[in-house]
Design a binder for this molecule. Structure first.
Ligand SMILES: C[C@H](O)[C@H](O)[C@@H](O)[C@@H](O)C(=O)O
Ligand SMILES: [Mg+2]
Length: 404
């Protein structure tokens, strides 16, 4: 039986929403771009926190300057796939003025060839991740969405199908106690103190964990997300200060490339406490190096690491090493991947409700039909729609700044 002829790609288009040129609070894939008084911007400790003027708000130093990139790819049969990521207007330039040449005219199934050409052709300016890798990731995800829509299959079935009936989630936010009531398996909190706060910062962080342990009982998972803000000594002290409260893991203590530091923290961590990182790592090679440090969980963001094509390769590296791969919260783009991974027993759901007191779509408002966990879970049947199963919200004002 001949395989059905698949269409060719007619046009790729890039739009943006939010970012430095827009009103604050656009949300979307740049989910740090929220309104005032949101838990996600409440004195979260970052590498900038040692500068007093930037200590209170990550938006004050520009965490939300990029905005959302939307990539649309239309096939010659009229079917259109799309994806969103964090790259904004600058991502539009890269898509329309550089990457378009590798995409238009190709068959919708030539995802790996296009991915290789995007990676090789940007090597001279991509470095090891960041804006360019976010842009490539967004194109890759749009290609997978288009392929699924042309094949009339959900992406997870294109990848070989589910290895479990549902995905269980931990929640990232300021209220693990409420997350427990909503059925999540754990709660990850941000840290508010760093090395510049000295031992007072260690004590305050441990007190926060102790308080939440009191509220959540002995077995609910509690984790800390340090967002690159620490050094080896401070992270090690915090880990040991929180060990009595059964901290399950300490996440992203250091900047991405400090591999020796991660190896050191892993070596010095309390027995049984996991060390994790990865969301700001941006190439397959960096995950190979990270895997060799011995971290327990690698946490790539599928919208930032090179897309689904790279995430599949990262998952294989982790699997070979007996490590878990638990992608950074990236909505449907990671749900379709992780339900096919045997080394991803749970996943992250990032609470974008300002008080973290109810579930709200992570990329709200840009995706229609974006699923949220019910009782902390998403069943595979929820994913049974072509592609990634979401559509662009027509009410979101998108701008196409460049054409080719
Ligand atoms: C909650 C963290 O500070 C970040 O905002 C979040 O994006 C990421 O680190 C996470 O793991 O969810
Ligand atoms: Mg994190």
């Amino acid at each position: 039986m001949e395989s059905r002829a698949l269409p060719k790609i007619k046009e790729i288009r890039a739009y943006f929403m939010g970012g430095a040129t827009a009103e604050k609070g656009s949300g979307g894939a740049d989910y740090h771009d929220q309104q005032e008084k949101h838990w996600i911007d409440d004195k979260v400790c970052t590498p900038m926190s040692k500068y007093k003027e930037y200590e209170q708000s990550r938006q004050s130093f520009g965490i939300n300057v990029l905005g959302t990139l939307v990539v649309e790819i239309e096939a010659d049969n009229g079917v259109t796939g799309f994806a969103v990521s964090t790259a904004g207007e600058m991502g539009c330039f890269i898509v329309e003025k550089h990457l378009n040449r590798f995409i238009e005219g190709r068959c919708v199934s030539e995802i790996k060839l296009i991915h290789d050409q995007m990676m090789r052709s940007t090597m001279f300016y991509a470095g090891s991740g960041g804006l360019v890798m976010n842009t490539i990731s967004c194109v890759d995800l749009a290609l997978w969405d288009l392929f699924g829509k042309c094949a009339q299959l959900p992406v997870y079935k294109l990848l070989g199908g589910a290895v479990r009936d549902e995905i269980q989630f931990y929640a990232t936010g300021s209220r693990p106690d409420l997350a427990k009531e909503m059925g999540f398996i754990g709660g990850k909190m941000v840290t508010h103190f760093g090395p510049h706060d000295g031992d007072h910062g260690v004590r305050e962080t441990a007190a926060m964990v102790a308080d939440m342990r009191e509220k959540c009982g002995p077995d609910f998972w509690l984790m800390l997300d340090c967002w690159m803000s620490m050094d080896v000594n401070f992270a090690t002290k915090v880990a040991h200060a929180c060990a009595p409260y059964n901290l399950k893991w300490i996440e992203e203590c250091l900047p991405p490339q400090q591999y020796d530091g991660y190896r050191e923290i892993k070596r010095n961590a309390p027995a049984g406490m996991m060390v994790t990182t990865g969301e700001h790592h941006g190439t397959l090679e960096s995950f190979q190096t990270l895997s060799e440090t011995g971290v327990d969980i690698m946490q790539p963001d599928v919208g930032w690491c090179g897309g689904l094509t790279t995430l599949l390769e990262i998952a294989a590296i982790a699997k070979a090493k007996g490590q878990l791969v638990v992608p950074h919260g990236s909505s449907v783009y990671s749900h379709h991947a992780v339900i096919t991974f045997t080394n991803t027993p749970f996943s992250e759901f990032l609470m974008t409700a300002p008080e973290a007191d109810h579930t709200r779509a992570q990329f709200a408002p840009i995706l229609l039909n974006e699923p949220v966990p019910v009782n902390g879970r998403i069943h595979k049947s929820v994913l049974d729609k072509p592609g990634f199963g979401v559509e662009l919200n027509p009410e979101c004002k998108l701008t196409r700044p460049y054409q080719h």
